[in-house]
Design a binder for this molecule. Structure first.
Ligand SMILES: [Mg+2]
Length: 366
């Protein structure tokens, strides 16, 4: 019986995990396993790691049913990217809602993780509900919320200057942090830039997606950031929005880079693939990285986050990253490319549904 399958610890099953070791990743205090930084490895260990990475990116459906059920029993927490995995803009991808709802019914903690900073958790939730995902506000991790969490975690008591939208300002308000800067700020003819007076209460600059990004906003952000005590937070580094055709739509990463260049400082990024997300959910929801699955359609954000945090990773081919990309990276000697490889891939998330329908809830005894 499928629901009676024995659970085998991930460390005994996954060659990447067998090789992994605890290390502190990129300035966080989290003991992530198998993070991307290999400075501690000698040359033969690096060779072995590269070899085992090339064994990754397995077509999940090529495995025996028993192995697929082992995989599905190997995590208690599911993090999923949204666009390209669950839906394309407002069009749901077939059976994605059924799979996420099934994970929930089976007792898995589920989180919807998006680099979108323009919406609050409530607004993201409204979309989930409209498209039939059984989520709650606590299941939503958007970068507007994560930026507010980051400052809250620092015990921040001052005001934030925001290059971004109301998604960020509303999330800041929910944690009692004042803000300024959201909305149009255009050049006033005849008014010299040097007349700008800094608000002495501003102690942080947040940069998210801002359709009103302007020269005056850049100037103000850089002036605030000239004080090294002012925190600098970027929501994400996605350079462009995925679009067909010849139109290039700048993403938040382009704005963050612009401010970084002028300020001559680097922002702390709270979105994928940086690991603050994992830090935030571990702190708030007590998840176990070894028993966490990250699902995504984009390897340089979703899957890289999973690799850095020691999560299991599942790529769906319904979005940005193609199988041709994956196969190219498999041939690479570059650790940066190998870190983009998922453990498994499927054509689309809905392909898991027939298997999940035969599983029993994790709180049912076998
Ligand atoms: Mg995506």
């Amino acid at each position: 019986m499928i629901g009676f399958l024995k659970y085998f610890p991930a460390d005994q099953r996954d060659p990447r995990k067998r090789e992994s070791r605890t290390c502190i990743h990129r300035g966080t205090n989290l003991p992530f396993e198998s993070a991307g930084n290999d400075e501690h490895l000698d040359s033969s260990e690096k060779h072995n790691k590269i070899f085992t990475r090339r064994m990754a990116a397995v077509n999940l459906k090529s495995l025996s049913d028993e192995k697929i059920y082992e995989f599905l029993n190997s995590f208690d927490t599911v993090l999923t990217d949204c666009d390209g995995v669950l839906w394309m803009e407002m069009t749901p991808i077939k059976n994605s809602a059924e799979v996420m709802n099934k994970f929930h019914d089976l007792g898995r903690q589920t989180f919807y993780v998006t680099n979108n900073s323009t919406k609050t958790r409530e607004e993201c939730l409204a979309k989930c509900i409209e498209l039939n995902f059984h989520a709650t506000k606590n299941n939503i991790l958007c970068t507007s919320y994560l930026a507010a969490c980051y400052l809250q975690d620092l015990g921040f008591k001052k005001k934030a200057y925001v290059i971004g939208s109301e998604g960020i300002s509303k999330e800041l308000e929910q944690v009692g942090i004042g803000h300024c800067g959201v909305g149009p700020d255009t050049i006033e003819p005849g008014v010299p830039y040097k007349t700008f007076q800094k608000d002495p209460d501003v102690g942080a600059v947040i940069v998210g997606f801002d359709q009103h990004f302007s020269y005056p906003k850049l100037l103000k952000a850089a002036c605030y950031l000239n004080d090294k005590n002012v925190h600098f937070v970027g929501t994400n580094t996605d350079e462009r929005f995925p679009m067909d055709g010849d139109i290039i739509v700048p993403g938040t990463g382009s704005l963050v880079k612009c401010v970084e260049t002028c300020a001559e400082r680097k922002a702390v990024i709270v979105g994928k693939p940086e690991t603050y997300i994992a830090e935030a959910i571990i702190k708030r929801f007590n998840i176990n990285p070894k028993r966490t699955l990250m699902i995504g359609d984009r390897c340089n954000t979703d899957i890289l986050l999973g690799t850095r945090c020691g999560f299991k990773t599942l790529l769906v081919l319904s979005g940005v990253t193609s199988l041709a990309d994956v196969n190219t990276w498999k041939q690479s000697n570059s650790q940066d490319k190998l870190d983009l490889l998922p453990h498994y891939y499927v054509d689309k998330l809905g392909d898991l549904l027939p298997y999940l329908e035969k599983l029993k809830p994790s709180n049912e005894s076998a």
